[in-house]
Design a protein around this ligand. Structure first.
Ligand code: IPE
Ligand code: IPE
Ligand code: MG
Length: 226
């Protein structure tokens, strides 16, 4: 029996280093990274088994970066969403952001909401961009919402209150580091983890296919025995 992959989550890291290695500004790496988001999303939308693709685009910690880089990322996100809307629709992809969107400008929030609304009827792949997302922040926001309920909080209640409600099957981090950087700490409890040195702008569909191949052969035990 081989595993079926339903939910892939990716920490898209290495944009800045990719640009610096070529003597370019860091933001050029983000631009190239956005092109890879499109390619990987389109590929996943054509794979019937894959239901959900969650991509880490901006963390709750990324506000610490220089103001100009943060501003560039916000502008890039806005442009990307507007430009790619027809591609979401063509590929029947539903856009569902996760994270605390209240921190973004009103106009960016409007674009995010617009793409969410326009793609709400799509029933193919769900592409979830993690925007101002941090797993600890997500858990705290969920717990604060649940505080109003009577009785004890169960794991099921918490799962259903988090921004991201599906367990992760494959979690990939590009860019060479072996850490989770506050991504999907709850949902990745039994994810298979894959780390690659490839920098995100260089990441290809073939690289993802190889990981899916490896995943299908892993014996997943979830704490039980074979
Ligand atoms: C990931 O690439 C994208 C974001 C965090 C927005 P980085 O910008 O972290 O690239 P490196 O890790 O500095 O190379
Ligand atoms: C993780 O990358 C966040 C995203 C890919 C959006 P970072 O580059 O921010 O992570 P650290 O700082 O290396 O842990
Ligand atoms: Mg990084």
């Amino acid at each position: 029996m081989s595993n079926r992959v339903k939910h892939i989550a990716i920490i898209m890291d290495g944009n800045g280093r990719w640009a610096e290695l070529q003597g370019k500004k860091r933001v050029k790496g983000h631009e190239e990274g956005a092109k890879v988001v499109k390619k990987i999303t389109t590929y996943c939308s054509n794979m019937p088994d894959i239901e959900r693709l969650t991509l880490y685009a901006f963390s709750t910690e990324n506000w610490k970066r220089p103001r100009l880089e943060v501003e560039f990322l916000m502008k890039l996100l806005d442009t990307y969403l507007k430009k790619e809307l027809p591609v979401y629709l063509e590929n029947n992809v539903r856009f569902e952001p996760i994270g605390d969107l209240r921190a973004f400008s009103k106009s960016l929030q409007k674009t995010i909401q617009m793409v969410q609304d326009e793609t709400a009827h799509c029933d193919g792949l769900v592409q979830s961009l993690a925007l101002n997302y941090g797993a600890q922040d997500e858990i705290i926001r969920a717990v604060n919402r649940l505080k109003k309920e009577a009785g004890e909080i169960t794991a099921e209640m918490l799962s259903n209150t988090l921004d991201a409600k599906c367990d992760v099957d494959i979690l990939i981090r590009t860019g060479g580091d072996h850490r989770l950087s506050n991504f999907l700490l709850w949902q990745a409890a039994y994810a298979e983890l894959f780390f690659t040195d490839i920098l995100w702008p260089d990441y290809t569909v073939e690289d993802l296919e190889k990981i899916i191949q490896r995943f299908t052969k892993i014996e997943r035990k979830f704490g039980g025995l074979k």
